[in-house]
Every structure is written in C-alpha cells, then in structure tokens.
Design a protein around this ligand. Structure first.
Ligand code: ADP
Length: 274
C-alpha cells in the first residue's frame, strides 16, 4: 500500500529523476574519457623523447670513431632532453593551476608589469627572428588575481605569437578597461601577423595537447599545453580567453579578467594626520 502511494507520488518526478541520473552518468563517462585520453597523451608525449634519447645514445656508441657524428648526436640528445624538461615543467604548471585556488593569494596585479615580464621572456627568440614587440594602453590597469598564474598565462600567449610568426613581423600587446555589468573588465589582447588558425581548429587549440601542426609545434619547443593553461587560468579568475584569426594573416588572443578596483584606492596617498 505504502509503496504504491509513494511510487504514485514520485511518478510525475520519475522521468525527470531518471533523466538527471542519465545526464549525470553521461557527464561522468565524458570526464572519465577525457582523463583516459589525457593519460594516454601524456604517456605518448613522454615516450617520444625518451625513445629518441635511447636511439641516439645507441648511435653515439656506434659512432665512437667518428667525433663529428658524436657531436651531432649529442646535440640532438640535448634537444630531446630540453623538450622532456619543458614538457614535465608544463605538466607541473597545468596540474598546479588545476589544483590550487588562484584566488587564495589573489592581489592587485599591475598589467604593465605582466606585459613587461612576458616580453622579457620572449626577447631572445623575438630578437633572433627580428620580430618587433610593442605594448600600449597598459598603464594604470590592474587585474585581480594570482600573480604567478597570470604571468604564466600572458607569457604563453606572447610566446605563441612569436613562435607562430614569420621573421620581421610585429607582435602587439594592447590593454584597455571595458565596462561590464558585474564590474569593469581588463582586456589584454595579443596580436600577431603570423600563420593564423583555421576556423575548424580555433576552438580546439585550447584543448590539452591539441596542435594544428605537431611537427612545427615540436620544432619550436611547444608541448600543446600552453593554451590549456591559459584557458584554465582565465576561467579560474572569473575571466575568459578568446581568439580571433585570419589564416595566413595573423591571430589575436584576448584575455579578459576582472579588474582590481580596490587597487586605485590603496594607491591613493594616505591622509596626512596633522
Ligand atoms: P604549443 O606548445 O604547441 O604552442 P599551445 O597550447 O600553446 O601549444 O597551442 C596549441 C596550438 O595552437 C599550437 O600548436 C598552434 O598550432 C596553435 N597556436 C597557438 N597560438 C598560435 C598563434 N598565435 N598563431 C597560430 N597558431 C597558434
């Protein structure tokens, strides 16, 4: 009797409950698939340089009576070791931005400092390619967040702009304040005159390990994790990152972050106590 009464009462809800349950399972299955893909990708990415190192060390042993070949192989071993190191470092960075709450040690961060740091990080590579870097509109802008994470995010965008551009082009970084209903946003746009990204790749470039051209990415020391880190940092700061691009002409990656309104108050000279 009771069971019947209960089931009669639940019945109208029943189909919704089942639907929710199915949605939950689908989501759980999707997350599980993403995790499995990630582990498979990491294994593959780690195995590639390790395999190369092993082959190269054999080649060195076989070439012991040819010093020139030994030097050449040793140079390639060094490249593979560098790749391995940057891959491990980016994996650590990614896991850090995914596990730490960035807003735990949030502070007002000066945008001009973030930009200067990002430019510094790429100075050598830009110099080799004679790429001009210019920044504007960043004075007096402050974002609210974790300094290290924000520096890593902007650094990745500028690094990509330099990496995926031909020699003698320009990389521009522009900042501005944009009014928004929930509080002003700070926009930092990184524009290059590089190879661009086709429409079908535009959303996918933010996925972990997704690269439009794996060979090119590897050649420039890319790991395919940079934009995944940027996207995560933006989202966890209550912001976003978007991309505009025209193939063969260039790309603009735009970071939008909450502005640190409190900063302006804090920087006002203190009242004099007379
Ligand atoms: P990577 O380490 O390969 O640079 P990212 O996650 O930073 O990894 O970027 C993913 C892919 O997106 C790159 O391999 C490249 O194909 C593409 N990409 C990123 N930034 C740019 C850019 N500014 N111009 C053209 N392609 C880009």
């Amino acid at each position: 009797g009771d069971a019947l009464a209960v089931s009669a009462r639940v019945a109208p809800l029943g189909s919704r409950l089942v639907l929710l349950l199915v949605e939950d399972l689908t989501e759980a299955r999707r997350i599980e698939a993403v995790r499995r893909d990630f582990v498979a990708n990491v294994s593959h990415e780690l195995k590639t340089p390790v395999g190369a190192l092993s082959l190269l060390s054999e080649a060195v042993m076989d070439a012991s009576d040819d010093p020139e070949a030994v030097t050449r192989f040793a140079g390639r071993m060094q490249n593979e070791a560098t790749r391995l190191t940057s891959l491990v470092q980016e994996l650590i960075d990614l896991s850090r931005v995914q596990n730490d709450d960035p807003l735990e040690d949030a502070e007002p961060v000066r945008v001009d400092e973030l930009v200067a740091e990002a430019i510094d990080r790429c100075r050598q590579q830009a110099g080799t390619k004679q790429i001009t870097m210019a920044a504007g509109g960043t004075a007096d802008l402050h974002v609210w967040g974790n300094r290290g994470q924000l520096a890593a995010a902007l650094g990745n965008l500028v690094e990509n702009a330099v990496n995926y551009s031909p020699a003698r082009t320009r990389v521009g970084i522009a900042g501005r304040r944009v009014p928004a209903p929930g509080g002003d946003l700070i926009e930092i746009a990184v524009t290059d005159q590089g190879i661009g990204i086709s429409e079908k790749d535009r959303d996918r470039v933010f996925e972990r390990f997704y690269r439009v051209d794996p060979a090119r990415s590897r050649a420039t020391g890319g790991t395919g994790l940079g934009l995944a880190i940027v996207k995560h940092v933006a989202a966890s700061h209550g912001g976003e990152v978007t991309v505009w691009s025209a193939e063969g002409q260039g790309s603009t990656f735009t970071l939008r972050l909450p502005e640190a309104g409190a900063v302006r108050d804090r920087e006002r000279p203190p009242d004099l106590d007379i």
